[in-house]
Design a protein around this ligand. Structure first.
Ligand SMILES: Nc1ncnc2c1ncn2[C@@H]1O[C@H](COP(=O)(O)OP(=O)(O)OP(=O)(O)O)[C@@H](O)[C@H]1O
Ligand SMILES: O=P(O)(O)OC[C@H]1O[C@H](OP(=O)(O)OP(=O)(O)O)[C@H](O)[C@@H]1O
Length: 210
């Protein structure tokens, strides 16, 4: 492990991390940057203490809220989730993992009009459709979004593509990439001023690691 980052006496740091695939690599990076963290044991505990550092284990889409409202000083979250949240959060660093893209997807060969689009990202989907001049309705779903296409619930979906295996397995095709995504380090604007002494060197060290 690299040299520990100096945290001034009395200063605390609260970090918001999403449980799931983004968390483990995120903690490893923060560790390499010199924070005294470790990957929490599997348990129902939602808040983990490491000396002056508190780790909040959140749903992905709640990370921007906790950071924007200043409850967490900083966090890690996918660009896809940031785009959907639409909050004005300081995003100093692309951590360059968790790469995927948000795309418009249809059943292979589908060529009828797109009147309804399903997505876990309704804001991103609606903005994309607006830019295309489409008046299609957007329906919010919470998982296995591709099923909306397959069952006729929607004419297209906006969802994540990583390897493309979900598309191939379900006879779907990517019509257009809407945005590229990767994990981002985000910081609360209020903390950037108040906790500059630890956040500046942390951002600097993270930037050297990615
Ligand atoms: N193949 C993929 N599928 C989904 N998300 C991916 C993929 N590859 C990278 N990611 C990134 O990981 C994040 C999602 O992680 P995960 O799959 O753990 O979340 P989830 O199960 O959808 O969680 P939640 O219920 O909190 O929304 C996405 O926001 C995205 O940035
Ligand atoms: O291109 P691929 O590598 O196949 O990855 C893309 C798939 O992975 C995600 O689903 P996941 O099962 O993680 O969760 P979700 O459907 O609940 O969002 C995503 O929603 C796609 O369905």
């Amino acid at each position: 492990m690299s040299e520990l980052l100096q945290i001034p006496d009395g200063m605390t740091l609260t970090l918001a991390l999403p449980k799931g695939r983004v968390m483990e690599t995120g903690i490893e990076l923060l560790q390499k940057a010199g924070l005294p963290l470790s990957i929490p044991e599997k348990s129902r505990l939602l808040r983990h203490y490491f000396g002056p550092i508190t780790l909040l284990e959140l749903r992905n889409s709640d990370v921007p809220t906790f950071v924007d409202l200043g409850v967490a000083d900083a966090g890690i979250v996918g660009k896809d989730v940031l785009l959907e949240a639409g909050r004005d959060i300081f995003e100093p660093l692309d951590l360059r993992y968790g790469r995927c893209r948000m795309s418009l997807i249809r059943e292979k060969g589908a060529n009828g009009p797109i009147n309804r689009v399903a997505s876990k990202y309704p804001r991103v989907a609606a903005q994309y459709l607006r830019e295309k001049g489409s008046a299609a309705e957007v329906v919010k779903l919470n998982g296995n979004i591709e099923l909306a296409c397959l069952t006729g619930l929607a004419d297209a979906v906006v969802d994540i593509v990583e390897t493309g295996s979900t598309l191939r397995a379900n006879n779907l095709e990517e019509i257009e990439t809407i945005a590229e995504s990767s994990a981002r380090f985000v910081v609360a604007r209020s903390s950037l001023k108040l906790k500059r002494a630890v956040l500046r060197p942390l951002i600097h060290r993270l930037s050297e690691l990615v």
